[in-house]
Design a protein around this ligand. Structure first.
Ligand SMILES: Cc1cc2nc3c(=O)[nH]c(=O)nc-3n(C[C@H](O)[C@H](O)[C@H](O)COP(=O)(O)OP(=O)(O)OC[C@H]3O[C@@H](n4cnc5c(N)ncnc54)[C@H](O)[C@@H]3O)c2cc1C
Ligand SMILES: NC(=O)c1ccc[n+]([C@@H]2O[C@H](COP(=O)([O-])OP(=O)(O)OC[C@H]3O[C@@H](n4cnc5c(N)ncnc54)[C@H](O)[C@@H]3O)[C@@H](O)[C@H]2O)c1
Length: 473
């Protein structure tokens, strides 16, 4: 029986443990922060739970158009999405729910792993040569685990700036947000990547004044430019301030507030600052130097498409590899590693089939070939963009911001990419993802019935418009 030792209990680690156990390995997983990793305890799950409340607030805020009338009850709750309409958020209750849900999900994962006979070691692990993992427990005792196969899945942590030290009270990373019991009066979010944009959108919806400090020309520089423009327009309409081409040089505490100084000398004041300036892979102090595992200049572990490192028998998965920092990708890399290591059939990781979503309001979901690749002339395509405001269901629901974009191969009509900007775009992207993975043509995608009226009708309609040879925008 192969002895498999997994370092890290996030999606990269725990999904691998399930597969390794299913394939007959003797599996030990070392983790000291609780199962689920930052995905469950501080990242994906808590942020999306908070955003669930923000979504309700957004809908309430925009419900007047649908004839909904709300009346102030004057109960004095902290934080107000719209004081004139009497809708408020009790952030202490929201965050208590967030933390409770995360803890329970972690417990569910623990139970599942134990049920699959995975041995859990509560400790911090490091490699001691390619065949030994040393786990150090909180009391300092050490256990040496012999391994035929090792998976490193240690994740990443928030990047800090030397000139912006996190204090957990006013200068925060995303890990600190769930300790807040009152809405910040004025939140300055530094960094307009996915993390910054999601929290800016959420806190604005919860009723907080938000300033987004963006070092780039636009928010979400890594995402579809048309989608980012929709989001910027929505932010502007809602009164969320975006300071573009503004790089934070320092963040300092000033009494009960914070001062963000930009590189051009301007100062932005607020009650709190959220630093969302990226992540650092957790690859130090792991004993990697006792093996042939290589890291790149960012500190990420170098892996191939079946998650092999440069050291025989040692695999790596998830954020510590820097391949694509998503929970879904971490989990897939972890599973692929175990299929490969334990001799099962394995398909190498294919990033073109990965769906991802930015959980702003509206959401932005993407899959496959990107507009940037098309504009750079890397892929010849036909494409269509259908604005959401032409969709009957969207009109009924009062949704006018967003679009559906589909790319197909010029000659064959095979679907190779798509973007959906809409409420619940995370759900709507699936038919496009399925079409890509199954190599369906636009004619096949449009041949299925969609419900009338529905937002998914726009996906079928987009595919229908791509029948033939014209590019329609
Ligand atoms: C705010 C935020 C929101 C996000 N939202 C989404 C989303 O909506 N969808 C999505 O797909 N992705 C999202 N992500 C990304 C996602 O959280 C990560 O890609 C995912 O957590 C990576 O999983 P992982 O297993 O590689 O690492 P992690 O989840 O970080 O887990 C790594 C684990 O390894 C442990 N560890 C580290 N070193 C050691 C050691 N030496 N010994 C033992 N254990 C160790 C850590 O304690 C940790 O528990 C979000 C990220 C952030 C920051
Ligand atoms: N919904 C999701 O799936 C989700 C949510 C959050 C994060 N993530 C994952 O995590 C990854 C990292 O996202 P992220 O947003 O945390 O990091 P990021 O590196 O993508 O973005 C950080 C941004 O901060 C900017 N920045 C850096 N220093 C700055 C400064 N001094 N002043 C102003 N801006 C500055 C950078 O230019 C960059 O645009 C994403 O690529 C994504 O894969 C996913």
């Amino acid at each position: 029986m192969d002895r498999v030792v997994i370092i890290g209990g996030g999606p990269g680690g725990y999904e691998a443990a399930l597969v390794a156990s299913q394939l007959g390995g003797a599996v030990t997983l070392v983790e000291d922060q609780g199962l689920g990793g930052s995905a469950v305890l501080t990242g994906t799950v808590p942020s999306k739970t908070l955003i669930a409340t923000a979504e309700v607030m957004s809908e309430v805020r925009e419900s007047a158009e649908l004839g909904v009338r709300l009346h102030a009850d004057g109960d004095g709750c902290a934080g107000t999405a719209d004081p004139d309409r009497g809708v408020t958020v009790d952030l202490a209750a929201v965050n208590a729910r967030v933390l409770d849900l995360a803890t329970k999900q972690s417990a569910d994962i623990t139970e599942r792993l134990l049920g699959e006979h995975v041995t859990l070691v509560d400790g911090r692990a490091r490699l001691d040569g390619p065949e030994h993992v040393v786990a150090t427990r909180a009391d300092g005792t050490e256990e040496v685990l012999d391994a035929d196969i090792v998976l490193v899945a240690t994740g990443s942590r928030p990047r800090e700036l030397d000139t912006a030290r996190l204090d957990g009270e006013r200068i925060l990373s995303w890990r600190h947000l769930y300790a807040l019991t009152e809405l910040p009066e004025r939140l300055i979010v530094v960094g307009s990547g996915v993390t910054g944009a999601e929290f800016a959108s959420a806190y604005d919806a919860l009723g907080c004044e938000v300033v987004l400090v963006s070092s780039r020309d636009r928010v979400l520089p890594g995402e579809d430019a048309d989608a980012a423009q929709v989001l910027e327009d929505v932010f502007a309409r809602r009164g969320l301030t975006v300071m573009s081409r503004s790089r934070a040089a320092s963040v300092l505490r000033d009494g009960d507030g914070v001062v963000v100084t930009l590189t051009d000398g301007r100062k932005v004041t607020g009650s709190h600052c959220l630093l969302a300036v990226g992540s650092i892979p957790n690859t130090e102090d792991l004993g990697l130097e006792t093996t042939r595992v290589e890291t790149d200049r960012y500190g990420s572990i170098v892996v191939d498409r079946v998650s092999r490192t440069k050291a025989r028998g040692i695999y790596a998965a998830g954020d510590c590899t820097g391949v694509l920092p998503l929970a879904s990708v971490a989990a897939m890399q972890g599973r692929i590693a175990m299929y490969h290591a334990l001799g099962d059939a394995v398909a190498p990781l294919d990033l073109l089939t990965v769906s991802s979503n930015v959980f702003t309001s509206p959401e932005i979901a993407t899959v496959g070939v990107s507009q940037q690749q098309v504009d750079d002339g890397l892929v010849p395509v036909r494409e269509v963009v259908l604005r959401l405001r032409g969709n009957p269901r969207a009109k009924m629901q009062g949704n006018r911001d967003g679009f559906v974009k589909v790319f197909c191969r010029s000659v064959t009509g095979i679907v190779i990419g798509g973007v959906v900007v809409a409420p619940r775009a995370s759900e709507l992207i699936y038919p496009i993802a399925l079409a890509i993975s199954q190599r369906l043509t636009v004619d096949q995608l449009s041949a299925s019935f969609t419900v009338y009226p529905s937002l998914s009708g726009s996906i079928a309609e987009a595919a229908r418009r791509l029948h033939g040879t014209r590019s329609i925008t």
